[in-house]
Design a protein around this ligand. Structure first.
Ligand code: MYA
Length: 459
């Protein structure tokens, strides 16, 4: 029988979403958003009739040069991601404060390599890694990051240079003191100073106003371990052996020509993705340099892993294999890249469990195929099934994705299940037509075999 005190995968997923969906009685109205109602974002009840920017009147010269004032005990700082001590400070802030886990049984296990990958893509800026310290002690108590990203809205063909905002975190002791609006206004100032006026961000909380909402999906890889740590319960009328058999995966991948992506593939894979992404409403555009970073990892961080025994080299002696991002391509017999998939790894530390101290988690990232028509759905299913199989070698215990991209074409066959967590997508200072996000607006159930509109993947 299932133990009601144990966490279910749904709880895990809810936690990953960093927020929960609100019941209608808990929903705030626009007037209740004291901060957000002052910002250039669509209102909650607004029907979008035309896409476009909201506030267009400013130039960088109109933007103040000085940081926003903080109360006198605190000061602004930049976190130097290349400095290991400062990375450790960021790690500690996020470890203790980023995720609300009431039982304190698990935490995100960020590595230096993960931070470098997430925060140092080409054209990253030092002063977009914004922290707040206590003046007297120097203790880091808050953080927010912006990274450069180019977005394309396919319906209108509009390309927007914007930033992605992530890792907003305030120390638990400083919560509910209206520091978040100051952090957001300060990062807005720093980004605006660089003549950038739009931002993309996601969150579990409902704010004015999501352009799409996606639902978390999870696929157990190591069911018995998930059960051991209390993440999966045994459904009624099922046996452990039955669950193991249900989720069992072979050790060998199925698709012929599947191999790890190498640097020489960057151009071809980018072309494949760019063409594939035309099916979505909102997509990320990449330069080759950016694509290399996001799909093969941060060169500096990978180099730092040179002593790592797991690090492999290819036949040219190039260092392969970031420990964070895994990308595989399918090369056909004529040497053409026909498909690819990628996922990133961000494990949990498991606390106070006698058998396990870590839980391996993979998150689906970008993928594409040139298969069309009747071949499309079976091909996506084969690709993702191979992604699941490859993930076993990296000790992945659960493979997660959202209902974004065209994921609803494979969720069922590949044995993903819906979690309770939802992820809302937002654009700052831009109105877009709403997108389905792969779920029914009312029932929140997955809409099978229909594109979500959301082609962009945020960490
Ligand atoms: S999402 C991850 C967010 N982080 C966490 O969930 C970690 C744990 N939680 C915390 O550290 C704190 O609870 C945070 C709020 C920091 C989240 N996004 O200071 P307060 C509004 C936006 O008293 P606190 C990520 O990183 C809230 O509605 N706004 O609250 C993307 C209220 O405003 P209003 C949020 O709990 C971040 C006000 O803040 C969020 O102490 C994207 C209350 O402030 C949230 N996740 O701290 C940020 N949570 O009165 C936006 C609460 O109106 C970027 N609030 O309801 C916008 C674009 C900026 C750049 C633009 C460039 C052009």
């Amino acid at each position: 029988m299932s133990d009601p005190n144990k966490k279910s995968i749904e709880d895990l997923l809810k936690m990953l979403a960093l927020g929960e969906s609100l019941t209608p009685s808990q929903e705030k109205q626009m007037k209740d958003y004291k901060f957000w109602k002052t910002q250039p974002v669509p209102s909650l009840d607004e029907t979008i009739t035309k896409e476009g920017p909201i506030d267009v009147l400013k130039t960088p010269e109109d933007v103040p040069s000085e940081p926003l004032p903080l109360i006198k005990e605190f000061e602004w700082c930049n976190i130097d991601i290349q400095n290991n001590e400062q990375l450790d400070e960021l790690y500690k802030l996020l470890y203790d404060n980023y995720v609300e886990d009431t039982d304190a049984t698990f935490r995100f296990k960020y590595s230096h390599e993960f931070f470098k990958w997430a925060l140092m893509p080409p054209n990253w800026q030092q002063d977009w890694h914004t922290g707040v310290r206590v003046k007297e002690t120097g203790k880091l108590v808050a953080f927010i990051a912006a990274t450069p990203v180019t977005i394309k809205l396919n319906k209108s063909g509009t390309v927007i240079d914007c930033v992605e905002i992530n890792f907003l975190c305030i120390h638990k002791k400083l919560r509910n003191k209206r520091l978040a609006p100051i952090m957001i206004k300060e990062i807005t100032r720093r980004v605006n100073k660089q003549n950038i006026w739009q931002a993309l961000y996601t969150g579990g909380s409902i704010l004015p106003t999501p352009l799409a909402t996606c639902r978390y999906q999870h696929r157990p890889i190591n069911w018995s371990k998930l059960h051991d740590v209390g993440f999966s319960h045994l459904p009624a009328n099922q046996t452990k052996a039955g669950m193991l058999a249900h989720y069992a995966l072979p050790n060998k991948t199925n698709i012929q020509g599947l191999r790890e992506m190498e640097e020489k593939d960057v151009k071809d894979v980018l072309k494949l993705l760019t063409e594939y992404q035309e099916r979505f409403d909102i997509v990320q555009l990449f330069t080759e340099e950016e694509f290399k970073h996001w799909l093969l990892g941060n060169a500096d961080a990978n180099a730092n892993n040179a002593n790592n025994a797991k690090t492999k080299t290819n036949s040219f002696g190039d260092k392969l294999n970031s420990n964070v991002i895994k990308t595989y391509v399918v090369e056909n017999s004529e040497g053409k890249i026909t498909d690819f998939f990628s996922y990133y790894l961000l494990p949990f530390t498991v606390l106070e469990n006698t058998h396990h101290d870590e839980l391996g988690i993979a998150y689906l990232f970008y993928y594409a195929t040139d298969a069309e028509g009747d071949r499309y759905k079976p091909r996506l299913n084969d690709l993702i099934n191979d992604a699941l199989i490859t993930s076993k070698q990296y000790n992945v215990d659960v493979f997660n994705c959202l209902t974004s991209q065209d994921n609803t074409y494979f969720l069922k066959n590949c044995k993903f299940g819906s979690g309770d967590g939802f992820l809302n997508y937002y654009l700052f200072n831009y109105k877009t037509f709403p997108m389905s996000g792969g779920i029914d607006k009312q029932t929140k159930l997955v809409i099978d075999d229909e594109t979500s509109g959301v082609g962009v993947v945020l960490l």
